[in-house]
Write a protein that binds this ligand. Structure first.
Ligand code: SF4
Length: 238
């Protein structure tokens, strides 16, 4: 359960794919094994308490961009039913025609029903998966992502957008370029996160981040299909 009750939970992304974004709270990531992650600490086991918090956050949504991204330090399946209903109602009332959710690979079978629920009201659903790298052995043996599929195309079959994570020991200009290009070839959008120090034992490698900033950032920063978060609060929430 989180001790952080002062998180910023509403923001606007005013560049590229303009959208509002909310950081909601669910019952917590059910995978929870990624070696680099402590985001999953933002959860509460009581759905009523989560709904009370989420209702206040969703009140701030205006619909000004017609697009809304919902994140919840886990997957959409961790949100309670009342919250999902209120997200749908908010989209309908605020004329939001595109909604983004995040989802771990283990919950991919729940995606079609979510799409159906929103698409029945004319709302496009975009699912984002954290893959971090398409180097499957590294991803599974070092990062412990829990994606038992190597093929980028097969991973992309259920998802629209991919998150990559750079700044790990062993990543190179070539490996990061391959990850970005593979993401662009298989997904509609790519979100690059730069590893920042957190409470886990996995520490960012400054030399890898330096390589990214010198060689790849200038190439991809202007790409409309790529978001780059140098800090994990760059979307304004967290
Ligand atoms: S799936 Fe996401 S929230 Fe869960 S442990 Fe991995 S990175 Fe963290």
């Amino acid at each position: 359960m989180t001790k952080k009750d002062s998180l910023t939970r509403y923001s606007e992304i005013t560049v590229k794919n303009k959208r509002e974004i909310v950081l909601l709270r669910g019952t917590g990531c059910k995978w929870r094994r990624c070696t680099f992650c402590d985001y999953h600490l933002d959860f509460h086991l009581d759905p009523d308490s989560n709904f009370a918090l989420n209702r206040n956050v969703l009140k701030q949504v205006t619909g000004k961009y017609g697009k809304l991204e919902v994140i919840n330090s886990g997957s959409f399946v961790d949100l309670d039913e009342q919250t999902v209903r209120l997200i749908l109602q908010t989209c309908i009332e605020k004329q939001i025609l595109e909604i983004h959710f995040e989802c771990h690979w283990m919950h991919r079978d729940a995606v079609p029903a979510l799409r159906k629920t929103f698409e029945a009201h004319g709302i496009r659903v975009k699912l984002k998966i954290g893959v971090e790298t398409f180097d499957a052995p590294y991803r599974e043996q070092v990062l412990c992502k829990g994606i038992d599929e190597q093929s980028p195309a097969k991973i992309a079959a259920c998802f629209d957008e991919v998150c990559l994570l750079f700044g790990f020991d062993g990543q190179t200009e070539e490996s990061m370029r391959y990850d970005i290009e593979t993401g662009l070839a298989n997904f509609e959008r790519v979100c690059i996160n730069i590893m920042v120090e957190n409470t886990t034992k996995i520490k960012p490698d400054a030399s890898v981040i330096d390589i990214f900033m010198r060689t790849l950032y200038p190439v991809y920063a202007g790409n409309e299909r790529i978001d780059i978060l140098l800090n994990n609060t760059d979307f304004g929430v967290g």
